[in-house]
Design a protein around this ligand. Structure first.
Ligand code: MLT
Ligand code: MN
Ligand code: ZN
Length: 306
């Protein structure tokens, strides 16, 4: 399989439009060694065929499509390599780009859980808005582990795992988590048997999630925050990483500890990295720590072939 990282940043991107923290200001000024990143999304193709699956539709999708010609094979006057969209949650930074696909000539195939479909027809009704344009062909992702395929993308199979994270801030049930608010996806290349576990928002690693990570050839997981108190420590609100459903990398029970327990050959990648996260600064101690642990940071435009 071929995975193109379209965007590797968390909500707001890096640098964030209104942020003058040390990292955003330093990136803008060119005084910090750090790559800019757009909001997280990946495009997954089998080994053969141009069409693939878009995982999440970022607010930056139009720029991401322009930057990645693989998304525009140019076979017809109106064309796209996006055979369908799979949503991991209903977060603004993961679904707003759906509205940018409204010029399609046919209903957009969208896979999501019932909890996410409720939010996207209620609290943030993008699916209903799209009905006035290209329309949506919604497919249900079941959280009982039933695998699914996306027509037009042969050779790939997907299986969802419910995650403990958070519904989107606008969700009517933000404080009453429902199973299916957030999922991780196990992606299998059916020809090679190679697998990737993708979870850009991951608040807690349950035994089932760890099993999926342990069995995968590569994991692409939540890289939002380095420390639990990263935002409050910068004077940016009072909520911790865990409060908003993101497991921080450092500290006891943090992501680095979990990744250390995976088999040595597993490729470990972080995605959905917040602009405040010191790992973005290539000269930081946090960045060095990840390198010592064999953990990679996703970058926009990166091709991953597990
Ligand atoms: C998150 O990842 O926690 C959300 O994207 C937050 C947000 O919508 O700003
Ligand atoms: Mn986010
Ligand atoms: Zn910033």
């Amino acid at each position: 399989m071929r995975i193109t990282v379209l965007g590797a940043a968390a909500g707001g991107g890096f640098p964030q439009w209104n942020c003058n923290c040390r990292q955003c200001a330093g990136q803008r000024a060119g005084t910090l060694r750090a790559q800019p990143r757009t909001q997280s999304s990946i495009f997954v193709q089998g080994d053969h065929g141009a069409d693939g699956v878009l995982f999440n539709a970022s607010p930056d999708i139009l720029a991401q499509i322009r930057a990645n010609p693989v998304l525009q094979p140019g076979r017809a006057r109106r064309d796209s390599a996006i055979a369908g969209v799979v949503l991991m949650d209903g977060q603004v930074d993961h679904v707003t780009g759906l509205l940018m696909l409204r010029e399609r000539g046919a209903p957009l195939p969208v896979w999501c859980t019932d909890a996410v479909a409720d939010d996207l027809t209620g609290g943030f009704p993008v699916l209903r808005v799209l009905d006035h344009f290209c329309g949506v062909q919604r497919h249900r992702i079941s959280i009982d582990g039933t695998p699914f395929e996306v027509p037009g993308v042969p050779g790939l199979r997907f299986r969802a795992l419910p995650l403990s994270s958070k519904a989107a801030p606008y969700s009517p049930h933000r404080d009453r988590p429902a199973p299916g608010d957030n999922i991780g996806l196990l992606i299998t290349d059916t020809a090679s048997g190679r697998t990737v576990f993708y979870a850009p928002g991951l608040g807690e690693i349950s035994p089932a999630v760890f099993d999926a990570m342990h069995g995968a050839d590569a994991v692409m997981v939540d890289g939002t925050f380095f420390t639990d108190d990263e935002m409050p420590a910068l004077g940016l609100g009072h909520k911790t990483a865990r409060d908003i459903g993101h497991l921080p990398q450092s500290g006891p029970g943090g992501m680095v500890e979990w990744l250390d327990r995976l088999p040595p050959a597993t490729r470990r990648l972080l995605i959905h990295i917040n602009n405040t996260n010191p790992i973005l600064d290539q000269d930081s101690a946090a960045n060095a720590l990840l390198r010592e642990h064999g953990i990679e940071l996703c970058e926009d435009g990166m091709l991953i072939q597990p």
